[in-house]
Design a protein around this ligand. Structure first.
Ligand code: NI
Length: 395
């Protein structure tokens, strides 16, 4: 498609070139979650150069910029995540990662650059704004417990009445924007199961308690929880992704270790599923004379888009990007700790289409050949700017 239609807000000359430059710099210098030191320094220095902001580094490698207008009005927050992934890049882009084994394979380089672009624009428009606009550059989105929660604990959401975030999305074509209401991402929980039996000779099973045979029953029965225990109109995934036991062909081992993930959108389904899992594991192991250990670790909360903020955002996206831009979007069962900010203020998380093929195919997020269409960056900047103008327009 052609470049974004020229409806308000019109960006200053040079903003988009700068955003692309920032994105390429960040892309070439990715850093892992909780280790984003140079990234945070770069963001801080860039914000300092834009001037007129109150800057802080509240937690970890996060950076927060406050644009206080000095006029009455609400405080709104806008968030970008800044971390990269442990992936070896295979895009052959001229600005590919120079940090071996680390790659911006989820688009967070673009998120950071878009938000910096929005800051540049909004600093220039501050005389037309009221209230406060708070820009949250969040470290460590990719690794639990995530950076958002500790930022919230340090008070970055205090006084905020609305929070918005964007994610560049390779599953949407450039020019399209997904603005889903309600649950958007899942709670990504992790579990570990240890089944302790009694080892022995493979040819004398009657003297053993075989943790492999019992573990196989556990795997099979856990599958029933989603298919038989969850309302078909609710969403849940239960995947067992590791099953380790044994050392050789003629020994029944003592222990089997299983590991996997549960993804849910609804907190009631989430709690019920964890409880039923334990019931199944307890029942099967007890029936066969084995012992078990069950560890269930809760990941991020689901991102749930507030109905009224999301409706306003959809209207705004239609104005900024054209009525055809709005794309239907179903929830995705990935995790995202933007939800931590939504605990403090109603907010919305929108998906900006950014599909760009490499070697003939659009590769998914977290893939070594993942890339974004840089035209999407302009869409993101304009959405942020338009949101600030709508909610913090001068009184
Ligand atoms: Ni991401």
């Amino acid at each position: 498609m052609a470049s974004a239609p020229s409806v308000a807000p019109v960006l200053a000359a040079g903003t988009i070139d700068q955003v692309i430059g920032w994105r390429r710099h960040l892309h070439a210098h990715p850093e892992l979650s909780f280790h984003e030191r140079e990234t945070a320094d770069f963001i801080f220095a860039t914000l300092e150069s834009l001037g007129g902001l109150e800057l802080s580094r509240p937690a970890g490698n996060s950076v927060v910029a406050r644009l206080r207008t000095g006029r009455p009005g609400p405080t709104i927050a806008m968030r970008a995540d800044i971390d990269a992934l442990p992936i070896t890049e295979d895009t052959r882009l001229p600005f590919a990662s120079t940090n071996p084994g680390v790659m911006h394979a989820c688009g967070h380089d673009g998120h950071t650059a878009m938000l910096l672009g929005a800051v540049r624009e909004l600093v220039a428009r501050r005389e037309a704004l009221g209230g406060e606009i708070r820009f949250l550059f969040q470290h460590a989105e990719e690794v639990s417990p995530g950076g958002a929660e500790e930022m919230v604990q340090r008070g970055v959401m205090d006084g905020v009445t609305r929070v918005i975030g964007t994610h560049l999305w390779a599953q949407l074509e450039v020019g399209k924007v997904g603005v889903p209401s309600g649950a958007v991402t899942a709670a990504p929980d992790t579990f570990w199961i240890t089944i302790r039996g009694k080892g022995g000779h493979a040819a004398i099973p009657q003297q053993t308690v075989d943790p492999i045979a019992i573990g196989a029953q556990v795997v099979t029965n856990l599958q029933h929880l989603v298919s038989r225990g969850v309302d078909p109109l609710d969403s849940a995934v239960l995947s067992i992704t590791q099953f380790h036991a044994g050392t050789t062909h003629n020994v029944i081992p003592e222990v089997a270790e299983l590991n996997g993930t549960v993804r849910t959108l609804d907190p009631v389904v989430r709690t019920a599923l964890a409880a039923r899992m334990e019931r199944v594991i307890r029942g099967i192991t007890e029936a066969h004379g084995a012992e078990y250990e069950f560890i269930y670790e809760r990941g991020y909360r689901p991102v749930v888009n507030d109905a009224s903020v999301t409706a306003e955002m959809a209207e705004l996206v239609a104005q900024v990007c054209g009525p055809d831009a709005l794309a239907p979007m179903r929830p995705v069962m990935v995790g995202e700790d933007f939800s931590a900010f939504q605990q403090k203020a109603p907010g919305t998380f929108v998906f900006v289409g950014a599909a760009r093929p490499i070697d003939g195919a659009v590769h998914p997020h977290h893939h070594p050949k993942f890339d974004i269409d840089e035209r999407a960056l302009e869409t993101g900047v304009r959405i942020f700017v338009a949101a600030a103008e709508r909610w913090c327009g001068a009184p």
